[in-house]
Design a protein. Structure first.
Length: 146
């Protein structure tokens, strides 16, 4: 037999956990965008897009140098789009696609970090944890209508 508090938690936790995951993932993507354009202020994050391109080259050290600007802009567009989409009250297939795309983007970023820097950095920065959260977000709750 479960306690009333446990039953109450089981009712509200899945719904609020999804909102929490959506908002924190979305805001994390958008915070990265703010950092690379210097919107957090001087001395915070990358500070400039040129510095972000340098970091992109470090993360993707295995890629040809000529692809780095494209990769930096592709990551920026993907993170901005997914960050905004995660904050929207999307439902059904659209929400699932955004969550899966977020999980894939984070997994690719984590793998690139692991290849270039070793496994410690993506683990320290919780990149794989964020990818797993996005993957769980993509899973439709049993209580959610089809």
């Amino acid at each position: 037999m479960t306690s009333p508090a446990s039953r109450a938690f089981d009712r509200w936790a899945p719904r609020y956990a999804r909102h929490y995951a959506r908002w924190t993932l979305g805001l994390a993507f958008l915070s990265g965008i703010a950092s690379r354009f210097g919107w957090w202020g001087p001395g915070r994050g990358y500070g400039t897009f040129a510095n972000f391109i340098k970091y992109t080259a470090q993360v993707n050290s295995f890629m040809p140098a000529r692809t780095i600007p494209f990769l930096a802009w592709a990551a920026t567009v993907a993170e901005a789009s997914l960050g905004l989409a995660l904050l929207l009250p999307l439902r059904g297939r659209a929400a699932r696609v955004v969550a899966l795309a977020s999980a894939a983007l984070l997994a690719v970023f984590g793998l690139a970090m692991a290849v270039s820097f070793g496994p410690k950095e993506p683990l320290d920065y919780s990149v794989f944890s964020a990818s797993a959260a996005a993957l769980l977000l993509a899973r439709r709750s049993e209580s959610e209508a089809p």
